[in-house]
Design a protein around this ligand. Sequence first.
Ligand code: NAD
Length: 242
Amino acid sequence: MLEGKTALVTGAAGGIGSAVVALLRAQGVRVAAADRDVAAIAADAHLPGDLRDAAYADGLPSAAADRLGGLDILINNAGMITRGRVTETTDADWATSLGVNVEAPFRLCRAAIPLMAENGGGAIVNVASCWGLRPGPQHAVYCMTKAALASLTQCMGMDHAHQGIRVNAVCPNEVNTPMLRTDFARRGFDPDDAVAELNKTVPLGRIAEPDDIAEVILFLVSDSARYMCGALVEVNGGKAVS
Ligand code: NAD
C-alpha cells in the first residue's frame, strides 16, 4: 500500500528515527534520511545538517523531493530534551529546544505542504510526547515544546485536510533510545538498571522499544489511517501521565 511512496524522516540516526526509516523502507517507501550525521544509515537519499539552521530546515522538503522524485510523507521526529525547571533553564537550552522541537517542524511543514498539495496530498507525522499533553516534573521547556508541537499538529490537521494532507502526532511515554539512556547516564545512573526500574512502572511491564512507536507512525501514514487528521495518538503501554 505504501510501495513507491517517498518520505523524509528527521532525526533519522536516532532511536525512533532509525526504526522508522527501516520500517518505511521495508514497505517499499523510498526514504530521505535527515540528521546531523546520516553517513551510517541505509537510506535512498542522505541529507545531513543541523535543524537549527533555518535555511537547511526550509530547504529539506524540496531537497528530499528532488532526490526522490516527490514527497508523500514527512516524519518530524528529531528532538532534544533539556531537563530542569524554568529557573534552571539557560538561554541556550531555550533556543535549542524551541529551534529543534518547534521551529524546525514548523519550517519543514510549511515547506512540505505545498509540495504535497501539488501532488494531490500526503501525510505528516510529528513525534510529540505524552508530556506535551500533560506535563511531567522537572522538564518545563521540553514539555512546553511538545505541547506546542501537539497544538500545531491539531491546527494543521484541520487546515490542510481539504488538500488531502493528513497531519497527526504520536505521543510516546518513555522509549528505550539514546535520548532516555544518555539522560540517565548524565545523571549518574546505570542506563540498564534505570530502564529495569522504569519497566516496573509501566502497566504492560516494559517501556517502549523504538519499533513500538515506529509501527504506530507507519499506521498513521498508511491508508488505514485515511480518516485521521490532527490526532494526538498516545503510545504508552498503559502508563498515562496524570
Ligand atoms: P534520539 O536522541 O535517539 O534521537 C533524536 C535524533 O534527533 C538524534 O539522532 C539527533 O541527532 C537528532 N537531532 C537532535 N537535534 C538535532 C539538530 N539540531 N539537527 C538535526 N538533528 C537533530 O531520541 P529518540 O528518543 O529517538 O527521539 C525521537 C523523538 O521522540 C524526539 O522528538 C523525542 O522528543 C521524542 N520522544 C522520545 C521519548 C523517549 O523516551 N525516548 C519519549 C517521548 C517522545
